[in-house]
Design a protein around this ligand. Sequence first.
Ligand SMILES: O=C(O)C[C@@H](O)[C@H](O)C(=O)CO
Length: 271
Amino acid sequence: MSKLLQKPEKQEVAEGVTFIQSVTKGNSPLEYVEFKIVELAQGAEYSESLIRKECCIVALTGKINVTVGEDVYRDLGTRESVFDKVPTDSIYVSNDRDFGLEAITEARVALCYSPSDKQLPTKWIKAEDVDVEHRGILSNKRMVHNILPDSAPYANSLLVVEVYTESGNWSSYPPHKHDRDNLPNESFLEESYYHEMNPSQGFVFQRVYTDDRSIDETMSVENGDVVLVPAGYHPVGVPDGYESYYLNVMAGPARTWKFHNDPDHEWILNR
Ligand SMILES: O=C(O)C[C@@H](O)[C@H](O)C(=O)CO
């Protein structure tokens, strides 16, 4: 199996608290992005101390309370399934702070991390404030929830977006990359993709490839999988009959998403 594909692996870390995915510097090729999917049973609690990293807590499904230091953010989360296709609530927590999660209902939570050493205020990113963007035409249609885009100045390094791709469509397409620290032309951002499909037995294909093909992996991606993009283009193709959801986390030396399309396929944009 590709080193860029991580299958879900249940790890019960406390009563009612299960890691489904845990991408760390120790088990992935990424330097700037770490990521967890945590499932919480109703009433379960989980806490963490951030050491030299910032975190965006995304209430994927269910309802949670989040505590950051003395502050409590209550009743976060808007969905029973990510395929309700409405934005959800998130909390940005700065480096070297403690946070806690408490599940009001059964809940699935994404924890998105990147290195940081400059303290910033905690930010409640409310569902109603998340910008919803429709991109693309023909078989390239997708909807994007901009949770923490580069235009939002709340984080030092993290970028977080949710992307829905319609059945039979492509996204992150035409293929683009952001793997050169060469602003203003291109930024270096690593990226992770956490995938879900509707119905859940579906699959999508994701290719990760560089110009010189030193990376060239085409992966069959199933519900709950994570794809890691240390470099290269990273398009996603969705088979007929299935909808795709993914949560992207990006981070790098500069908090700017400046991508470069694969010149061979850029013509797609001019139809
Ligand atoms: O517009 C899309 O298809 C989503 C992608 O831009 C995705 O968020 C990504 O690849 C970011 O680099």
